[in-house]
Design a protein around this ligand. Structure first.
Ligand code: GN1
Ligand code: MG
Length: 350
């Protein structure tokens, strides 16, 4: 969520925004533009997270919103039934427009939505301790368990093939072939790395295709940054960024979390073990033996996939992931491939 660009925002949509407030976008995420605003209402001032959604990444935004609504309602009902305190801090809450809609389209065709701001909570910062790793992983495992009984119909497929690594590999081959920006020569090492690891990209996809692991409702963007921790208790409070929630596979959620932890620095065995334990604990017996058997390789697969995506986007001219300077996506790719190598080496030594 959020923006890395310095583009000036158009005025926020809800008319209820405090007059004169035109806050800069929050500097997080690579896809949407996010703004924090304070609304005046009968119950006093209330902060919301207002977002202008990315139409290029999500061509069918009403489908995204339908998924988000169903998922948040399902999670909220569970929380309320369990009698846990502060359910509205433990699941995202859409703020409806005056007409009761969960999103609006402005004159330019941009789609906006708002969530209640979850106060006194934030993603963990800095290097990741085993305790933080376990908490975050537990939250994502729990997320899978809580959504395992989401009533039909299936969620809408908002980005087809989102974690289809072989498909991402083919997209890279096409980008190398077309090389519209003449950048392939400057990315030779990364391209070669990607080509050498084609088989790694098939590890999870084959398991899914062959029906060895089930399709489930999964989060699909399980970064550490997408878990808010309670400032007061240090507990993982709420999983956010629900735009890619749809059918997928559990190991890719786990792998994306491993990858994002590794983005903060090479995780030691203790942190990796804590991630696995937390995930299994949160999932509470949901996962099959095959799914569990794939967890140790999932981090490398998803780091590889992320690297493929950054590299492809670099070659195509940074059309998907925003950059602050040319070459940033190549650097991001390098980081991901370094993580692949690190995780592979660690496994080879065990
Ligand atoms: C994007 O916007 P953000 O940072 O939450 C991307 C993820 C990538 C991530 C890499 C819809 O997520 O898949 O892992 O960047 N989301 C989408 O930084 O493509
Ligand atoms: Mg995201």
């Amino acid at each position: 969520m959020g923006s890395r660009s310095a583009a000036s925002p158009s005025p926020p949509a809800p008319e209820a925004a405090l007059p004169g407030s035109s806050p800069p976008p929050l500097p997080r995420g690579r896809i949407h533009d996010s703004f924090s605003l304070t609304l005046r209402g009968p119950g006093g001032p209330r902060r919301i997270l207002l977002q202008r959604l990315n139409r290029r990444v999500f061509p069918d935004l009403p489908a995204v919103m339908e998924n988000v609504r169903r998922v948040t309602e399902h999670l909220r009902r569970k929380l309320e039934r369990s009698g846990v305190p502060d359910p509205h801090r433990r699941v995202l809450t859409l703020v409806p427009t005056r007409e009761g809609r969960d999103h609006v389209r402005d004159r330019r065709g941009d789609v906006w939505r708002a969530y209640r701001f979850i106060e006194k909570a934030r993603p963990p910062s800095g290097p990741v301790s085993p305790a933080v790793a376990r908490e975050a992983a537990r939250a994502y495992g729990r997320f899978l368990r809580d959504l395992a009984d989401l009533p039909p119909p299936p969620l809408r497929v908002t980005i087809p093939g989102f974690h289809d690594t072989p498909d991402r590999f083919r997209a890279l081959l096409r980008a190398v072939e077309a090389d519209p920006r003449g950048r392939a020569a400057g990315a030779r090492e990364e391209i070669e790395f990607a080509l050498r690891r084609e088989a790694l990209g098939r590890v999870l996809a084959d398991a899914r295709r062959e029906g060895r692991i089930p399709a489930r409702v999964v989060h699909n963007d399980t970064k550490l940054d997408n878990v808010l921790f309670d400032d007061a208790t240090g507990e993982a409070l709420c999983v956010v960024d629900l735009d890619t929630v749809m059918e997928g596979i559990a190991p890719s959620d786990f792998g994306d979390l491993v990858r994002s932890v590794a983005n903060r620095g090479p995780p030691g065995r203790e942190v990796l073990a804590a991630l696995r334990e937390g995930f299994l604990e949160g999932a509470g017996g949901l996962l099959t033996d095959e799914e569990i058997a794939l967890l140790p390789r999932a981090g490398a697969v998803i780091a590889y996939e992320a690297g493929l995506r950054f590299l492809t986007d670099h070659l195509l001219g940074d059309r998907y992931f925003r950059v602050s300077s040319p070459g940033e996506n190549l650097l991001r790719c390098r980081t991901q491939f370094r993580i692949v190598r690190y995780l592979e080496d660690l496994r080879a030594r065990s």
